[in-house]
Design a protein around this ligand. Structure first.
Ligand code: 5GP
Length: 213
């Protein structure tokens, strides 16, 4: 059975190296109904980036207009550039029963809580140990030793915020973690308040039972 339903805003957060990106990639590969949120940014487009796929690239005046008119669900300034989540695009997808994945930090998550708590399910991913986190960061090999140490120090700070999330999972095994996130999403999709087609279905069930007068 598939009723009309409102989409889920799924937020996945983790310290860098805990496996958020791998889990998200696997989720997209297995489930065409969930897509990454596309933000607006004032950062210049990199050559391999596509407008509307990676970001919507806009100028500062347009960003400020959107922010001041309440068209952004959350926003942040990172390294001198502005980034934000456009309200209209999110609403469009949710009303169409499609889910959105957000890869944002705890500050973005807290802003989203203020604007759309009812639509959200949030997951915090922890590494099984710091030794394992260090190994994963080293395996990436794209970071210098200094950067790895910096990421570890950041991880310590980011882990302070695990208690702000609805679900917390320890990523020991990628496949198992993906399954768990899929279960969280499945549960969120079934929440009564999201199943907007339920009323009509229940009424139809009731109408099929004739009560003798
Ligand atoms: P980049 O310029 O490398 O694509 O992203 C820089 C930083 O901006 C990343 O840490 C990324 O998570 C953050 N970022 C990207 N989009 C958004 C957004 O819509 N909202 C917030 N709060 N941060 C974002």
């Amino acid at each position: 059975m598939d009723f009309a339903r409102r989409g889920v805003m799924l937020v996945i957060a983790s310290p860098s190296g805990a496996g958020k990106s791998s889990i998200s990639r696997a989720l997209f590969a297995q489930d065409p109904n969930i897509r990454l949120s596309v933000s607006v940014t004032t950062r210049p487009r990199r050559t391999d980036e596509i407008h509307g796929t990676h970001y919507y690239f806009i100028d500062v005046a347009e960003f400020e207009r959107m922010r001041d008119q309440g068209e952004l669900l959350e926003w942040a300034e990172v390294h001198g550039n502005f980034y934000g989540t456009p309200r209209a695009k999110v609403e469009e997808r949710l009303s169409a029963g499609k889910d959105i994945l957000f890869d944002i930090d705890y500050q973005g998550t807290l802003q989203l809580y203020e604007n759309c708590r009812e639509d959200m399910a949030t997951v915090f991913i922890l590494p099984p140990s710091i030794a394992e986190l260090r190994t994963r960061l080293e395996r990436r090999a794209q970071d210098s030793v200094g950067t790895i140490e910096k990421r570890l120090r950041n991880a310590r700070k980011e882990m302070d915020h695990y208690s702000e999330y609805d679900f917390v999972l320890v990523n020991e095994d990628l496949e198992q973690s993906v399954q768990m996130v899929r279960s969280i999403l499945a549960g969120a999709r079934l929440s009564r308040k999201r199943q907007t087609g339920l009323d009509a279905f229940v009424r139809d069930l009731q109408d099929q039972i004739t009560i003798p007068s």
